[in-house]
Design a binder for this molecule. Structure first.
Ligand SMILES: [Zn+2]
Length: 498
C-alpha cells in the first residue's frame, strides 16, 4: 500500500483522491492539473495560480540546470521562492528534450540530485520517451533502459522528495502493462504514462486510451497515475475515466500564444469568435473583439487565463461527476462533441471488463445516452451476474405483461437483458433509457438472454419482446422460444390464453 495516495471516491476507472506531498507539506486533491511553467517564459505569474485552483505545478529542472544564472538562483532561493509558488512543485528531467533533440547532457543520478537541491517536491529520472509506432524491438529495448534508470533512481538519496516512475512502451499495450508492473514494483511514488504527447498532438485518443489501459493493468490500484502532457480539457473526463489522476498543461500558454481558445469541445481560433462561450472572469468582462485589439502580451495573458479557467472548471466538473457516479455520462457527452474523443471512449469501452472491477456496484442513476452506453461496464456486470442467478422450470422473459402459466416471470430491459422482478429497483436496472432504443441496446439485451440460456441448460425460456430488430434476435439461441408482443398474444407455455 502506497501511503502517499488515498482514494476517496471512484467511478469507472476514475477516482478522486489525496496525493500527499511530504516535502511541500501539501495534500493535493486529485485529479489535479499541473500548469507547466517555463521559468524563462512566464505567461501567467505562478503566484496567481491559486486563483484558478492549482495546488501543484510542474517546471523543467533541465532548463533551469542548463542556465547558469537560473541554476544558481534556484539553488540559493529554492524553486518555491524562485517561482513565487507555495504549493507542490513537480520537476521534469529533460526527457522531453531528449525526445525532441536526441541527446541531453545529464543523467538520472545527477538530475535527481539537482532536483532535490533546488527544492523540488516530486522529481523525475531521465527515462526514454519512445514515440508511437516504432518497431517493437526498439520499444522493448528503450523500455529496458528506462527500467534500469528507475532501478538506479531508487538508489539515489533524495530525502522526502517523491520520485516519478515513468511508464513507457510506445503503442504496445502489453509493453505498457509490463512497464507498469515493473514501475509499481519499485519503491518510487508517482507513475506518469510517458510519451503520450505525440499521440495527443494528433488527437489519437484511442491510442492514448489503449496505452493508459495497458499501464493500468500493470500498476496497482493505489498507484497515482499522471498522463504526461495531457493539457486539453476536452479529454480530461476520458482520461480520468481511464484512471489518470494527474495532468499537466502547457497548452494553456502555448495555445494562447497562437490566439487559440480552449473549450471542453475542442479548440477555437480567437479570430473566429463573435462571442465567448464561457462564464470565466475573462470572458464575461471582455468581448472577443476587445481581446483581438489588445497588444500581443496582454492578449496572450488573457487567453492563457481563460484557458486555465476552462481547464480547472472542467476538472472540478469531472471530480463532482466521480463523486456523483455519473462520470461515464460526462465522458459520453464529451465523446459526442468530437469524433476523436468518441474514438477514445470507444477504446475505453473495449476494456469495459477491466474497468468494471473498480466501478461501484451501486450509483444513483444510469442514463442511456447513446449506442455506446450499451457497452458500459454495468451492462457487462449484469450479464456476468446472470450466471449466478437460478431460473427454474419454464421461465417467461417479458418486456411486457406477465403470464401465470409459467413457473417464473422475469423482466427484460435493453440494454441489460433479463432479470428477476425483485431486482427491478436495483442499480443499474433502474436506468433511464430512451423510448426509442437503438439496435445496439437490443443486441446487448439479446446477448443477456443468450448468456442466461447458456448458463442454465436445465431451464426453458420464452422471450416476449416488443418487436426487437432481427439483428438483435439473431443473438438469441434457437432453444429460446420468441414471441413478438407487437404481433402475437402472450400465451402460456402450452398455448393457453390465461
Ligand atoms: Zn473564459
Amino acid at each position: 500500500m502506497r501511503d502517499v495516495f488515498e482514494i476517496r471516491a471512484q467511478d469507472a476507472g476514475g477516482r478522486v483522491g489525496d496525493l500527499h506531498v511530504p516535502r511541500a507539506d501539501v495534500t493535493v486533491e486529485t485529479p489535479a492539473l499541473l500548469p507547466v511553467v517555463n521559468p524563462n517564459v512566464i505567461t501567467v505569474d505562478p503566484a496567481r495560480f491559486d486563483e484558478f485552483g492549482a495546488e501543484i505545478l510542474i517546471t523543467n529542472s533541465y532548463i533551469i540546470k542548463r542556465d547558469d544564472d537560473l541554476a544558481a538562483r534556484a539553488r540559493e532561493e529554492g524553486l518555491h521562492d524562485l517561482l513565487g509558488f507555495d504549493g507542490a512543485i513537480m520537476t521534469d528531467s529533460g526527457s522531453f528534450q531528449l525526445s525532441e533533440y536526441g541527446e541531453i547532457d545529464t543523467d538520472t543520478e545527477e538530475i535527481l540530485r539537482f532536483q532535490h537541491d533546488i527544492g523540488s517536491d516530486i522529481g523525475t529520472p531521465v527515462d526514454i520517451p519512445t514515440p508511437p509506432d516504432v518497431d517493437r524491438e526498439r520499444a522493448a529495448d528503450e523500455l529496458r533502459t528506462t527500467q534500469e534508470r528507475l532501478e538506479l533512481a531508487e538508489t539515489v538519496d533524495v530525502g522526502d522528495m517523491l520520485v516519478n516512475a515513468p511508464v513507457q512502451g510506445s503503442t504496445y499495450p502489453d509493453l505498457r502493462e509490463e512497464a507498469g508492473a515493473h514501475a509499481y514494483a519499485t519503491d518510487l511514488d508517482v507513475f506518469p504514462v510517458g510519451a503520450a504527447v505525440p499521440m495527443m498532438n494528433d488527437y489519437r485518443y484511442d491510442d492514448v486510451a489503449r496505452a493508459v489501459a495497458g499501464a493500468k493493468r500493470g500498476l496497482g490500484a493505489d498507484a497515482p497515475v499522471h498522463l504526461f502532457g495531457a493539457g486539453h480539457p476536452m479529454m480530461f473526463a476520458l482520461a480520468v475515466a481511464l484512471g489518470c489522476d494527474l495532468f499537466d498543461s502547457a497548452a494553456y500558454a502555448l495555445y494562447a500564444r497562437d490566439d487559440r481558445y480552449l473549450t471542453v469541445h475542442g479548440t477555437e481560433q480567437l479570430a473566429d469568435l463573435h462571442h465567448f462561450p464561457c462564464a470565466c472572469p475573462i470572458c464575461t468582462e471582455h468581448t472577443p473583439e476587445e481581446v483581438r485589439r489588445m497588444p500581443d502580451a496582454a492578449r496572450e495573458e488573457l487567453l492563457a487565463e481563460h484557458n486555465l479557467h476552462v481547464s480547472f472548471t472542467e476538472l472540478r466538473r469531472v471530480k463532482q461527476a466521480v463523486r456523483d457516479g455519473d462520470l461515464l455520462e460526462l465522458v459520453e457527452a464529451r465523446a459526442h462533441a468530437h469524433p476523436r474523443t468518441l474514438d477514445g471512449y470507444r477504446a475505453l469501452l473495449d476494456h469495459a471488463a477491466q474497468y468494471e472491477a473498480s466501478d461501484p456496484a451501486s450509483k444513483d442513476a444510469f442514463f442511456y445516452a447513446s449506442a455506446e452506453s450499451a457497452r458500459r461496464p454495468e451492462v457487462l456486470r449484469h450479464r456476468e451476474r446472470l450466471a449466478r442467478l437460478s431460473p427454474e422450470g419454464h421461465v417467461l422473459l417479458s418486456e411486457g405483461p406477465r403470464h401465470d402459466g409459467y413457473d417464473e416471470c422475469w423482466r427484460v430491459k435493453a440494454p441489460f437483458g433479463p432479470y428477476p422482478a425483485a431486482l427491478s429497483e436495483v442499480y443499474p436496472l433502474t436506468a433511464e433509457t430512451p423510448s426509442n432504443m437503438d439496435r445496439e441496446g437490443y443486441e446487448a439485451a439479446a446477448k443477456g438472454v443468450a448468456r442466461l440460456a447458456g448458463e442454465h441448460p436445465d431451464a426453458d425460456f420464452t422471450l416476449a419482446h416488443e418487436s426487437w430488430p432481427a439483428d438483435a434476435l439473431d443473438y438469441v439461441p434457437p432453444r429460446v422460444e420468441t414471441l413478438d408482443l407487437g404481433e402475437d398474444r402472450l400465451t402460456g407455455p402450452d398455448g393457453d390464453e390465461t
